[in-house]
Design a protein around this ligand. Structure first.
Ligand SMILES: Nc1ncnc2c1ncn2[C@@H]1O[C@H](COP(=O)(O)OP(=O)(O)OP(=O)(O)O)[C@@H](O)[C@H]1O
Length: 237
């Protein structure tokens, strides 16, 4: 069963189709990567999934229900979590409190339950030692991990990660890949990622966007062997 589906999804800016007629399905439980050259339309696409960008045309379904016109916060409460390219942690609050803010969205004000969930999430992503530091004092890599923690804290059914490894050092990238693998079976992941090593290592399947349209879809092996995909990347089109 598909947790997410789009039909004819289109976003037009002036005369430019940033996304054009995107038909997309995401089976529940899959780790799926969205790749494509700069400007291909990846951020626009996930913006329409999360509700930050209104679609010009087309429809989006989540868990069988149409959500095309639902505001972003309502989609979050349905179970769509996402992290952005730009870090969105609250720098003046301790790490623990950042995670707690996200946890309270689903657990409300039950202090014991919130504390237990916060501890569990921080342990899981490896931030326990930093719990009492101000988020703004964390290294860049740890801030990215904190963002992931804030997403996980909401028990997402669909977790959208927008360029999660950008700016990370190699050991941090490796820790991220392990975390994604550990999440397999717990949540569905849609990963926008430029690092091909990461994509090929963790994804069950990939969609390639080019000029706002779906160029190809398949397993990492199929995509690697696809001549159109090679041309889109190497040709710089
Ligand atoms: N607010 C906007 N107004 C006008 N054009 C836009 C806007 N947002 C995106 N675009 C254009 O839409 C196209 C797709 O952009 P988008 O950011 O979705 O691509 P992307 O694949 O995420 O790129 P990158 O890998 O560089 O992040 C680009 O040509 C971009 O210039």
């Amino acid at each position: 069963m598909n947790i997410l589906e789009t039909k004819g999804l289109t976003k037009t800016y002036g005369g430019l189709n940033a996304n054009y007629n995107i038909d997309f399905t995401l089976p529940r439980g899959e780790i799926h990567a969205l790749i494509g050259p700069n400007g291909a339309g990846k951020s626009t696409f996930v913006g329409m999934l999360s509700g930050r960008i209104p679609a010009t045309r087309g429809k989006v379904w989540f868990d069988g229900a149409e959500v095309t016109r639902l505001p972003a916060h309502k989609r979050i409460s349905l179970g769509i979590a996402y992290t952005f390219q730009i870090t969105s942690v609250f720098g003046k609050l301790p790490v623990r409190e950042n995670v707690a803010l996200a946890v309270r969205r689903i657990l409300g004000r039950d202090r014991e339950a919130v504390r237990a969930k916060v501890d569990g999430v921080m342990e899981r992503v490896g931030l326990t030692e930093q719990a009492d530091q101000l988020a703004g004092d964390l290294s860049y890599g740890h801030q990215r991990v904190l963002e992931i923690a804030m997403g996980l804290a909401q028990n997402p059914e669909l977790f959208i990660l927008d360029e999660p490894t950008q700016g990370l050092a190699l050991p941090e990238v490796e820790a991220f890949m392990q975390l994604v693998k550990d999440l397999r079976g717990e949540t569905t992941i849609l990963l926008i990622e430029h690092n091909m090593n990461v994509v090929m290592e963790v994804s069950d399947s990939l969609t390639v966007l080019n000029n706002g349209e779906v160029l190809a879809r398949g397993t990492p092996e199929e995509i690697r062997a696809n001549a159109d995909v090679q041309a889109a990347y190497l040709g710089g089109a």
